[in-house]
Each structure stands twice: as structure tokens, then as C-alpha cells.
Write a protein that binds this ligand. Structure first.
Ligand code: PHE
Length: 464
């Protein structure tokens, strides 16, 4: 997909390619790491219910809107708003997306690096089962491994920094070389494989003693556990998981061939993404309860729980190795899509060469990412609004993405011509758009109002 403004724009090669690329962006650490831990902090079942409602009523319409904008304008997010609505400040929505991309890429790459540590740990255990590796540790030792040994540089651990660098460079190389098209091919095989492995984990987790409590936690809503911030976090997580609200899918939308059906693509991607998140929850929570791990352990939750599950499996470290490899791949198909937003902006709007654009983006994101990895050691006392740099960056999608999404639906619902929107959704008449009126109603009224209310309520400006 390498191109600059002089070459014709690349596009995805097939219907399945489009879905694979968008699903590759959507499915990642958001589903397997962020979703379970945020759900765990927010009381379980009730959060899940709110989350699902947001995916359907807000997430899918926002995703379709991004595709409509992107494919119509054939540009990066900033250029797209400029082209469709010239001379108006709408392009600032695109810029907000670029800023979000910097922040998200910085902390996301750090977490993606953690999967490499666990990959190495599973190999170590395979080679030397009795002595090293995480499978010989009990739950307390695992927590210690994560919070103390792995994060704490006083114990000589620069490993998180190195892993972060590896993922960053890997992502950059893929974006520069344009082998993204090749990635689509692998995504088609590896994503389903990730699902298969998750299902294996679910089976193991469900057969643990005390698993039931985890299933109840995940599926039985207890609304008394919902805090004021919960609803906003559910909305933020829905946006984060679907990769919407910052122009990733405007950028990918601009590579979608004219004949593809945008509505069904969005639905398929949202379905796959949500399914994987729920399955991940079903693997994690039974084990969380079976092993007395606290569900609100925060960002470490999954990285403590998964190794415990593996240690209770026959040939656990082989499973662990494959799983973390697939997770790493899933993470990289997401980091590529975030980096792509920045690179498309730099190269199309600032007229930089694609290669230079990528290098500049990597250096600046690299700097921000370093600050994130320092949050557990060098900068552990440094707080902004009571949060470490990692904490702040990791919380920011909950604000930035719904805000971006709000402008995106308003733009499609109120600013773009209905005729143009219809042309995009029907691919110039190839498809019958059965739900056009529902879609317009959602993007004009439901989504903007819902986002605004959740937003103001979550920030404490409006009390419900
Ligand atoms: N959706 C990705 C995930 O769940 C993360 C992401 C967010 C990617 C925003 C692109 C844009 O892992």
C-alpha cells in the first residue's frame, strides 16, 4: 500500500482483504488486554451490557461514517475533511485524530512489547522447565514478576524498553515497505487461529475449580457496581476496540475499492471484534476467580492471569508460546493501522516522502513511548492529574475517541450531502441500502446525543 501523493492510491485487493485489514486493526490488545481489565474494574456484567449497546447503537454507525468519509474523499483524515468541506475548520477533527494516534501508539506499543517478554518466558520454560520461566511461579510470584522484576529498573530490567523498541521498529518497517498487503494474507489465517487458541483457553478456564463465579461475574449484570465513570469507560472502550473515533478507518476507508459494501464490512468487523472480546473475557474471568486474583487488578490483570492458566495446561508453555505469538501479531496489525494515520497525514498533507514520514513518526512516538515505559520506575513519582504518563495516555482514548466520533457522526449526519452518503453506502447503486433511514437517524440524532450525554456525565459536567 506504499504510495505518495504522486502515485495512484493503492487499494485493498478483495472483499475479504478489506475485512481482514479492518478487523486486523480492530482486533488486538484492546480485546484481549484492555477489555477484560476495564470490565474487571467496572463490576463485570453490567459493564458488558452497556458496552454491547454502545457497539451496536454508536460503534457501527461511527464505523460506517468513517468508511463513508474516507472512501468518498480518498484522503487521510485531515485531507478528507478539507476536501469534503473546504475552507471550514472541520479538518481540525482530522488533526485531533492524528494527535490521538500519537498518544495511542505510544502506550499501545509498550503493552505490545509485554507480549514479547512472555513469548521469551515461554521459550525459557520450554527449554528449562524446572528452573526458570513463569510456569514455576505461583500467582503472587507472577504478580511480583510483573510489577517488580519486569517493570522495576532497579532490578536491572530494561527489557520493557527493548521490547517496546522492537515492536516500534517492526511496525515502522512494515509501514515503510508497504508489505501491509502481505499482512492481509497472514491476517486471514492467523486471526482465526487466535480465536481457536482463545477457545482452547476458555475450555481450560471453564474446567477449573471455582470457574463458575467468573462466568457469573462476566454475564450477570449487577447495576449497583456501575460508577459514574463506568459508562464513559464503556463508550471509550467500544471506540478503542473498534479502532474508531480517530480516523484510522477514514484512512483505511480511502483504500476500500468502490464496489465494496461499506455497511456489511462495518457489521462484520464489529461482530468479529466483539466476539473476540467476549471470548477473551470468558477465558480470563473464570481463572481470575479460580485463582483468587482480584478482578480490578488493572492493566496487569491479563498478564498475571494468562500465565496461571497456561501453567495449569498440559504442555502449557507450547500453548503459551503460540498464544503470545498470535497476540503479538494481532497487536502489530493494530499498531500498523495507527501509524498509518500519522504517515498518511505527514505524506499527503505535509508532502513528506513516505519513508521520511514514517521515520519522523517513529522517532516522536518513540519518545512518548519511552516516557510510558518509565512510568513504573524512573518516572513513577511523576504525576499528571494523579496519573503516571502511561496511566494518562491509557485513559485518554476514553475522552479523545468519543470526542472525535461525535464530530464524525455530526459531519456525516448534518454536513455531508445525503445523496453522497447514500451513493457511498450503496456503492453507487450496486447495493440496496435497506437501513438508510435507520442509519441517518442514528448518525443525526442517536449517536451524537448519546455520546454527548455520556461524555458530559462521565466528566461530571452533567449529573444523571
Ligand atoms: N482497536 C485496536 C485494539 O483493540 C486498537 C486501536 C485503537 C487501533 C484505535 C487503531 C485505532 O487493539
Amino acid at each position: 500500500m506504499a504510495h505518495n501523493s504522486l502515485e495512484p492510491r493503492d487499494s485493498f485487493s478483495s472483499k475479504f482483504g478489506v475485512i481482514a485489514a479492518a478487523a486486523g486493526s480492530a482486533i488486538g490488545l484492546g480485546n484481549i488486554w484492555r477489555f477484560p481489565y476495564i470490565l474487571g474494574e467496572n463490576g463485570g456484567g453490567a459493564f458488558l451490557l452497556v458496552y454491547l449497546v454502545f457497539i451496536i447503537a454508536i460503534g457501527v454507525p461511527v464505523m460506517m461514517s468513517e468508511f463513508v468519509i474516507g472512501r468518498n474523499a480518498q484522503r487521510n483524515p485531515v485531507g478528507a475533511f478539507k476536501k469534503i468541506r473546504p475552507g471550514k475548520p472541520w479538518y481540525l477533527v482530522g488533526l485531533l485524530g492524528v494527535v490521538s494516534a500519537f498518544i495511542i501508539l505510544a502506550f499501545y506499543t509498550v503493552v505490545a512489547g509485554w507480549t514479547l517478554e512472555y513469548l521469551v518466558q515461554s521459550v525459557i520454560w520450554l527449554v528449562s522447565p524446572s528452573k526458570y520461566g513463569f510456569s514455576s511461579m505461583d500467582t503472587a510470584e507472577l504478580r511480583n514478576f510483573f510489577t517488580d522484576q519486569f517493570h522495576n529498573f532497579q532490578h536491572g530490567s530494561w527489557r520493557p524498553v527493548i521490547w517496546f523498541g522492537v515492536i516500534m521498529i517492526f511496525t515502522g518497517l512494515i509501514v515503510i515497505s508497504g508489505v501491509k498487503d502481505g499482512i492481509e494474507k497472514y491476517a486471514k489465517i492467523l486471526m482465526p487461529l487466535l480465536l481457536v487458541l482463545l477457545i482452547v483457553l476458555v475450555i481450560r478456564a471453564l474446567t477449573l475449580d471455582g470457574a463458575r463465579q467468573g462466568v457469573v461475574f462476566l454475564f450477570k449484570p449487577d447495576f449497583s457496581l456501575i460508577k459514574t465513570s463506568t459508562v464513559l469507560e464503556a463508550l471509550g472502550q467500544a471506540f478503542f476496540s473498534l479502532s474508531i473515533g480517530m480516523g484510522t478507518l477514514i484512512t483505511y476507508g480511502s483504500y476500500i475499492p468502490r464496489k465494496e459494501n461499506l455497511g456489511s464490512t462495518a457489521l462484520n468487523v464489529a461482530l468479529a471484534d466483539t466476539f473476540i472480546a467476549v471470548i477473551a473475557g470468558l477465558a480470563i474471568f473464570p481463572a481470575v476467580f479460580a485463582f483468587n486474583i482480584s478482578p480490578d487488578a488493572g492493566p496487569d490483570l491479563v498478564y498475571i492471569t494468562l500465565p496461571v492458566i497456561f501453567s495449569k495446561m498440559t504442555a502449557g508453555m507450547v500453548w503459551a508460546f503460540i498464544f503470545f505469538l498470535l497476540l503479538c501479531f494481532a497487536a502489530v496489525t493494530s499498531t500498523i493501522s495507527v501509524l498509518e494515520v500519522i504517515v498518511a497525514y505527514f505524506s499527503e498533507e505535509l508532502k513528506m516522502k513516505r519513508r521520511n514520514a514514517t521515520i519522523l513518526a517513529m522517532i516522536s512516538v518513540g519518545f512518548l513511548g519511552l516516557l510510558c515505559t518509565f512510568s513504573w520506575n524512573v518516572l513513577s513519582d511523576f504525576r499528571i492529574m494523579g496519573k503516571t504518563v502511561f496511566g494518562l495516555f491509557n485513559a485518554s482514548p476514553d475522552i479523545l475517541l468519543p470526542l472525535g466520533g461525535l464530530f464524525i457522526v455530526v459531519f456525516v449526519g448534518w454536513i455531508m450531502q445525503k445523496k453522497v452518503v447514500k451513493e457511498e453506502l450503496s456503492s453507487n447503486g450496486i447495493y440496496k441500502v435497506r437501513f438508510m433511514n435507520v442509519f441517518i437517524f442514528l448518525v443525526k440524532f442517536v449517536a451524537p446525543l448519546a455520546i454527548a450525554i455520556v461524555f458530559l456525565n462521565g466528566l461530571g459536567i452533567l449529573r444523571l
